[in-house]
Design a protein around this ligand. Sequence first.
Ligand SMILES: CC(C)(COP(=O)(O)OP(=O)(O)OC[C@H]1O[C@@H](n2cnc3c(N)ncnc32)[C@H](O)[C@@H]1OP(=O)(O)O)[C@@H](O)C(=O)NCCC(=O)NCCS
Length: 168
Amino acid sequence: MAIAPELLDAAPEIGIRAMTAADVAEVFAVERASYQFPWSEGIFRDCLRVGYVCRVLASASRVVGYGVMSLGAGEAHVLNLCVADGYRCRGLGRRMLGYLLERGAAAGMSEAFLEVRPSNTAAIRLYQAIGFEQVGMRRGYYQAVGGREDAAVLRLSLRGRRPPRNTY
Ligand SMILES: CC(C)(COP(=O)(O)OP(=O)(O)OC[C@H]1O[C@@H](n2cnc3c(N)ncnc32)[C@H](O)[C@@H]1OP(=O)(O)O)[C@@H](O)C(=O)NCCC(=O)NCCS
């Protein structure tokens, strides 16, 4: 019998592994349930095809979150970070973000950037807790109901960040 998500404390049986094409349908189901303007399945497939760092938070039986990051020109860009609704607030988002940042540092990137909607307080709290600071605002960057929404641009130095651990 499956364990109800609310009974899992910090979800110890959930690990981080590489996303594959076979995960995309499940990833997209989480994406569609999490965002008003979700990425398409095709965007996830493109991210895999071009070799972005694509990882899932998964148990043996299901995908409960994911992270996507591009690396280049000394910069890591966290492009997507998402945890399924029933699995939030138990440290999984922090775990995935920590993993991505350590991967970025290990790949020689000196800074990490990401965009976030100013209305997304849960995500902003997480990013601030990790040490991200706002360095700009992209006007009208996001689709929004009845128009566009700005994106806050956040930056974190990766210099001196510890190397990746074996387990997450
Ligand atoms: C943002 C998101 C990834 C956070 O994942 P999560 O697994 O719930 O976060 P964690 O449990 O690791 O929380 C880490 C920190 O984030 C902050 N945080 C997370 N959820 C929060 C909430 N609902 N309200 C306030 N702060 C919150 C807290 O600072 C928390 O630290 P604490 O537990 O010590 O207080 C998740 O809410 C999500 O997937 N949201 C939908 C998709 C999304 O908006 N992604 C970000 C796009 S930029």
